[in-house]
Design a protein around this ligand. Structure first.
Ligand code: PLP
Length: 400
């Protein structure tokens, strides 16, 4: 018999969201008829808006006619790569530096192949679970601090440091996963913080995987939407991004990664050339239908729709934040991100999760599921129908 991949034994049991789903089923079975409202997961709920939807329809129709049929698009349709560079990066990247993908999560998984098993990783603590679990699967021995595993460093991001890590603790020669606007804390790094991050990465030989999946939620014009707004970032950072949260493409699947030509390994080899090779070898490109939708999303009408959709979710976020603050609960986020990070000092996150589910029939995400520094927090997600969010906010009053 063939042996199991030993990395599988290193991964924590029960990925966070399946565990929440299990507890939801358990609660629903014990309380038949209860209307549970989810403010837990980051899945989008609102329909794709008409102009962008029209792009998807056109993409499908084009496949049905000889004149417009298309097959593999390899690293992505050139016109989409060009448009992404123009819209998000002021045209500073060539087509061969923008790689279209089936989503940011998939790219985060595949990017690990560039560096191989045993590459040390560092994460903001708390962080989006894929950075840790993906690193463990790729062979960085991992797990919670104190679990006896080595290979993954957790850099606490707490109220005390304004949710920005102490960069003096960043290990040398590691991959550092950095997410801004942050999932789960909702914090957005400013220019000075990102400049300090870039400087530290260059000094320490670190490559930053910058996850900008929520950049379109930034409303404060002074905050950076991309790490490439910082001089020097091309030498030390890969950026992953996605149409999922700005355009409602969670079920369509479309994202991109930018791998600048300036980015080199310790031996001077090109990271960009290797990424091109990996994409051509184990990934045959994103769906042409999804890419037609992506092209429409980046037209001026599409960009207006992105604004409209993200405004809607930010409206939900404001309702949630106001309801929580009205109860005297300290929370951050929700102004430039769709997540609200609520603090319950001295309490266990899963216990708070259970109390909110029990008293309000509202589903949240326990902060400890995102890392040890998430203990005593729960995350509220602004992805939901307005009527449900309003009802959930009313029910939160039962926590008084
Ligand atoms: N990055 C972050 C920080 C996320 O929160 C998510 C989804 O919740 C993703 C990436 C996944 O994006 P995609 O749908 O493009 O795979």
């Amino acid at each position: 018999m063939i042996k199991r991949n030993p990395c599988m034994a290193n991964i924590r049991a029960g990925y966070l969201f399946p565990e929440i789903a299990r507890r939801r089923r358990e609660f629903a079975a014990a309380h038949p008829g209860a209307k549970i409202i989810s403010l837990g997961v980051g899945n989008t709920t609102e329909p794709i808006l008409p102009h962008i939807d029209g792009g998807l329809v056109k993409g499908a129709r084009d496949l049905g006619a000889a004149e417009t049929y298309s097959g593999y698009s390899d690293d992505g349709l050139p016109e989409l790569r060009e448009k992404i560079s123009a819209v998000f990066y002021r045209g500073q990247f060539g087509l061969d530096e923008v790689f279209i993908s089936d989503g940011a999560k998939c790219d985060i998984g595949r990017l690990q192949l560039l560096f191989g098993a045993g590459t040390p990783a560092a994460v903001q603590d708390p962080s989006y679970p894929v950075y840790v679990d993906g690193s463990v699967l790729a062979g960085a021995a991992g797990g919670w601090e104190g679990s006896g595993y080595r290979g993954i460093s957790y850099l606490p991001c707490t109220a005390e440091n304004n949710y920005f890590p102490d960069l003096s603790k960043l290990p040398a020669n590691c991959l550092f996963y950095f997410c801004s606007p942050n999932n789960p804390t909702g914090a957005v790094a400013d220019h000075e913080q990102l400049a300090a991050l870039v400087q530290a990465a260059i000094q320490k030989g670190v490559i930053v995987i910058f996850d900008a999946a929520y950049a379109e939620y930034i409303r404060d014009p002074g905050l950076p939407k991309s790490i490439y707004e910082i001089a020097g970032a091309k030498q030390c950072a890969i950026e992953v991004n996605s149409f999922s949260k700005p355009a409602g493409f969670t079920g369509v699947r479309l994202g991109w990664s930018v791998v600048p030509k300036e980015l080199k390994y310790a031996g001077g080899e090109s990271v960009n050339a290797d990424w091109n090779r990996i994409c051509g070898t184990i990934f045959n490109g994103a769906s042409n239908i999804a890419q037609a939708g992506g092209l429409a999303a980046l037209d001026s009408e599409g960009l207006k729709e992105i604004r409209e959709l993200t405004d809607f979710y930010l409206g939900n976020a404001k309702l949630i934040r106001t309801a929580l603050r009205g109860l005297g609960i300290v929370c951050t986020g929700g102004d430039n991100s769709p997540y609200i990070w609520a603090q319950f000092p001295g309490r266990d996150s899963w216990e708070v999760f259970a109390e909110i589910l029990e008293k309000c029939q509202v589903l949240t995400t326990p902060g400890s599921g995102f890392g040890p520094a998430g203990e005593s927090f729960v995350r509220f997600s602004a992805f939901g129908h307005r009527a449900d969010v309003e009802e959930a906010c009313g029910r939160l009053g039962r926590l008084k």
